[in-house]
Design a protein around this ligand. Sequence first.
Ligand code: HEC
Length: 182
Amino acid sequence: MKKLTVLSIVAASLLLVGCGESSTGAEAKAAAETKVEAPAAVEKTKEAVAEKATEVKEAVAEKAAAATAAVAATATAAVEKTKEAASAVADKATEAVAAATGPDGKALFAKCAGCHGADGKTAALGKSAVIAGQAAADLETKIHGYKAGTLNTAGMGALMKGQVAAYSDADIKAVATYISGL
Ligand code: HEC
């Protein structure tokens, strides 16, 4: 009985030592594996971060290019608009200067009034149409026709040619505009 007890104790201690050893070995192995796996995981993470960074970089570059193009287009449009506005202002100024310094339609009509009436509503010498209120462009064409000797509506074209022979293009435009407004 005593012998058996001693044997049991020895066996138990041997088992214990064995178990302790084996469990320590497994832990060490697991630790070693973790150590090996850890650098691989870090590598993977690094790669993923690098990839994302490249993607973000590209996306930002694309967005920046698009924004630059949009700004350039807007700027070009604005410059065009400004140019147009400036040229419109210049045109208006030129027109205003021409109106202020150009031939005086009213003064040019003075000698016409004798036959066509001060209000332009008389049929000149009982022959012509009423000229007041006709479209300026039509009057201009007719007066040019008389000046050139190509218009003779009532057989008195030659008489009208004498009336407007000395009128310049600007004079004709001015008097036509005046008659049209009568
Ligand atoms: C001496 C009179 C007389 C005077 C001055 C005169 N005209 Fe006339 N006008 C006529 C007669 C006549 C006609 C018709 C001519 C024809 O046979 O085509 C006419 C025709 C016209 C017509 C064409 C009308 C139409 O619709 O057919 C116009 C425009 C006109 N005259 C403008 C003028 C202007 C502008 C002046 C001044 C620069 C002027 N006339 C001075 C006698 C006159």
